[in-house]
Write a protein that binds this ligand. Structure first.
Ligand code: NIG
Ligand code: FE
Length: 427
């Protein structure tokens, strides 16, 4: 039988196979490892996955890669990023080192709002070029699919510009993207002291305009979901304002996400779970009761260890407790200029294993199959299973635990995306 690509002599083939649902509880420990495995790819999809001795010889591949006994895993799925922006926040980095607080910087017109003025000024082309470089870095670290949010435009015109940038990047860059509309990231300067007025604008004008854009976009024609998100936090949007945004978005057809409990518990988690959000993200200040609600729901929990690390915090979201309670947990980088300037999912795994006490196997499932479910792509991404998109990594190690163990370098040796070898490192 013909196939485009055969990858053989795989020491540990991490399938992360999940039977069509996200992993919970003790299942997070199971990576579905096949020792001495092989994978056949045809037409951009996996057509055979199994031990090398099981029928590898039936294939006549166009190309064969000998993995030399190394680890092969699914391409990473990053379920929460803000990579479309202009400018940088290097001054703020120094202010924070000297003791300034993230929410105080935001209240003083810095933080997210300072990135907004740069992003409004930037042309479509400038934003595409700057953001493309960030996607290149993510791909080099093994990310093959990512969610990307707007949220640095904060008016109709600039938020739509960001959506068009995300669409252009999806069409022209190998990493597959899922768009999220985050007009409710912060109130822009022209609405300072009038957050209610900005929420009216979001509900009456921006969300409908974004939904109309989506219906004409290639995301819609390719059945990629479109999410609406809100930053439910002190100095951003309170519970009622967040609720109005999410309810309006749901009535238009958006799927929902929410930034909740990053610093302060405003009740956003319970609300978003009841609103059947696809995911709730951050979760540092989530209550025990909300953890139980999350565990009993179809909402995914996305945790962001890079944010705590970047802020120099010693407290992290209690992911151990969430996994043990049965929540479907995934990990993201949150790649953004303010709170987490990190393109690397393995770095997020390195932090989560140390500070949140995930085992390397749990971190791997959280960064692949569970992350795919958190962005509505669990049917096609996140695991090495027959019929799924052939997105996978060859890792320069014989033991998958090294992916979480080592940090500061890059163990990704080859990235295969939809069956094509995109990147070959010299490691
Ligand atoms: O997820 N929490 C709000 N949004 C981002 C930070 C964005 C920024 O600071 O520019 C986050 O941490
Ligand atoms: Fe975020």
């Amino acid at each position: 039988m013909h196939c485009d690509l055969l990858i053989t002599n795989i020491g540990q083939l991490l399938t992360c196979a999940s039977g069509g649902k996200p992993k919970r509880g003790a299942d997070m420990l199971d990576l579905g490892i096949i020792a001495d495995g092989a994978v056949a790819i045809n037409g951009g999809k996996f057509v055979a996955v199994g031990p090398r001795t099981d029928g590898e010889s039936q294939f006549e591949p166009t190309e064969t890669i000998d993995a030399d006994g190394k680890v092969v895993c699914p391409g990473f799925v990053d379920p929460h990023t803000h990579i479309v922006y202009a400018g940088d926040r290097l001054n703020e980095f120094e202010l924070k080192i000297k003791g300034a607080d993230y929410l105080d910087i935001l209240a003083a017109g810095g933080g997210i709002v300072s990135t907004v003025s740069k992003t409004r000024e930037a042309t479509f082309e400038e934003l595409v070029e700057q953001s493309r470089k960030r996607l290149d870095k993510m791909l080099a670290c093994g990310t093959t699919t990512a969610e990307v949010k707007t949220g640095y435009g904060l008016n109709t015109e600039s938020e739509l510009k960001m959506l068009r940038v995300i669409e252009e990047l999806d069409k022209t860059h190998a990493v597959d993207l899922v768009p999220t509309f985050l007009a409710a990231h912060a109130a822009p300067p022209e609405f300072k002291g009038n957050t209610e007025g900005y929420v009216d604008l979001i509900c009456n004008e921006m969300l409908p305009a974004a939904w109309a854009w989506y219906q004409d976009s290639h995301f819609f024609s390719e059945s990629v979901p479109f999410f609406a998100d809100v930053f439910c936090e002190r100095n951003a949007f309170d519970r009622e304002q967040s609720g109005r945004v999410l309810e309006t978005a749901a009535s238009l057809g958006f799927k929902l996400k929410a930034h909740v409990d990053q610093f302060t518990n405003l009740g956003g988690s319970a609300f978003a779970i009841a609103a059947k959000a696809a995911s709730i993200d951050h979760l540092d200040a989530i209550s025990d009761e909300e953890i139980s609600l999350l565990a009993g729901s179809n909402t995914a929990g996305v945790v962001i260890p890079t944010e705590n690390f970047s802020a120099g915090k010693t407290q992290f979201a209690d992911v151990r407790r969430m996994i043990d309670a049965g929540c479907a947990i995934s990990i993201s980088t949150d790649f953004n200029p303010g709170s987490a300037p990190c393109p690397s999912v393995p770095m997020a795994m390195a932090i989560a294993t140390r500070y949140q006490k995930l085992l390397p196997s749990e971190a791997m499932n959280a960064a692949t199959i569970n992350a795919a479910f958190a962005i509505g792509l669990g049917e096609t991404r996140g695991s090495i299973e027959v019929g799924k998109n052939a997105d996978m990594l060859i890792v320069n190690s014989h033991d998958y635990r090294q992916i979480s163990y080592e940090f500061g370098g890059n163990l990704v040796s080859k990235v295969v995306k939809a069956g094509a070898v995109l990147l070959e490192a010299r490691n």
